[in-house]
Design a binder for this molecule. Structure first.
Ligand code: ZN
Ligand code: ZN
Ligand code: ZN
Length: 376
């Protein structure tokens, strides 16, 4: 995108935020560390003790309060926000309070450090603070066409890694989980990501722990290995988009019992993806796949929700979980990742990113879903 269309992209996002602020009775929005800030202005705050904060007045301007020494990193967009660098001896909390004015309600970024909120509270005693996610999440969760393209590019990158894994081109036997995890991390970067967010490698019985920390466990012949990995690709506008995929491989022919479990998982995942049509409540996408796993007698071993939204954050709205009655709308992007975990024995998960679209569910991960058998 050229600079002027970037400016209009950020301006239109802020305009949508101001409309939400109006309907929610919010006078000022304060965004600091976390994904909201780059999404709305293209700048990511350093997660440091010096305060960086975008002050968005509902009926006025947006001003980025930024430590003076970090100001050179800011790509200025005068049509979107003005900049207020602060010197080492200034008080940034007083600067933010001054820009916020006599706000009766302020929405503050959920990831803002608690210390800054405590300090702001002290100088703005009559202001009610709320989570900014009530404003930002409904906006961020519905992806623009360009965001979907970028999620697709990131997904294709991890698909290429998964397909090498399935082809046996990433050696497993005799290596530790941590070693394979490090190799996946290198490939995530080589395939165009700027950051590795995670690279879970869980062998044999370790795969029964959904968020297993890869360690010194050596991968052996005859077992299955679960790999769940993803990263962030940052675009020229300073905004990053995440990938997230899970595939399992069996080293040698799998035991019949595991192959049967995996077949149930494939059917459940496919059913949930097919259910992810515009208008379907998020919880229904969870129920459709879960019921197949329950019917197979494995319901007690599917111990987590079916999925999470994805975008500038690896986990964001909408969550695909029982109790979430939000109907899917075109542009919602989320994971569909059922898993079956048998403690002490083995586990499996299968994960794709899917976008709800007017033409039906649009899966961004296309690499083979079957249990790949690799040579030892
Ligand atoms: Zn997870
Ligand atoms: Zn994942
Ligand atoms: Zn995920």
């Amino acid at each position: 995108m050229d600079p002027s269309s970037l400016t209009s992209m950020f301006a239109s996002r802020l305009a949508r935020a101001r409309t939400m602020m109006e309907s929610h009775g919010v006078d000022v929005m304060l965004l600091s560390v976390g994904a909201d800030l780059p999404y709305f202005c293209g700048y990511e705050a350093m997660p440091l003790e010096r305060l960086t904060m975008l002050v968005v007045q509902r009926d006025g301007d947006a001003t980025l309060v930024v430590p003076g020494l970090e100001a050179p990193r800011v790509v200025e967009r005068p049509d979107v926000f003005s900049m207020r660098p602060w010197a080492e001896t200034e008080d940034p909390i007083a600067i933010v309070a001054g820009l916020a004015g006599p706000a009766s309600t302020a929405a503050i970024g959920d990831h803002t450090w608690a210390g800054f909120l405590v300090d702001l509270h002290a100088v703005m005693p009559s202001t009610e603070f709320r989570r900014a996610s009530t404003i930002t999440s409904p906006i961020r969760s519905v992806k623009e066409p360009d965001e979907i393209s970028r999620l697709r590019v990131a997904s294709a990158a991890v698909d290429r890694i998964a397909s090498r894994l399935q082809a046996g081109e990433i050696p497993l036997v005799g290596r530790t989980e941590a070693d394979v995890s490090a190799e996946l991390g290198r490939q995530i970067i080589e395939e165009g990501h700027d950051r590795v967010n995670f690279a879970i490698v869980a062998a044999g019985e370790n795969a029964a722990s959904p968020h297993h920390e890869p360690g010194a466990r050596v991968i052996r012949d005859g077992e299955s290995v679960l790999c769940d990995f993803g990263g962030t690709m940052i675009g020229p506008d300073g905004v990053g988009y995440c990938s997230d995929i899970t595939r399992c491989v069996s080293i040698g022919e799998p035991p019949t019992e595991f192959a049967e479990l995996y077949d149930v998982l494939v059917e459940a995942q496919r059913a949930s993806v097919e259910a992810a049509t515009v208008g379907t409540p998020c919880q229904e996408v969870d129920r459709v796949g879960r019921s197949l796993i329950t019917d197979a007698g494995l319901g007690d071993f599917f111990v987590h929700r079916t999925g999470h939204g994805i975008g500038v954050e690896a986990h964001e709205d909408p969550y695909i979980v029982e109790g979430n009655e939000t109907p899917l709308v075109a542009g919602h992007a989320f994971s569909v990742e059922p898993g079956i975990y048998i403690p002490g024995r083995w586990g499996a998960r299968l994960e794709d990113i899917v976008v709800a679209s007017a033409d039906g569910p649009d899966p961004l991960n296309l690499v083979d879903h079957s249990l790949a058998v690799v040579e030892s």
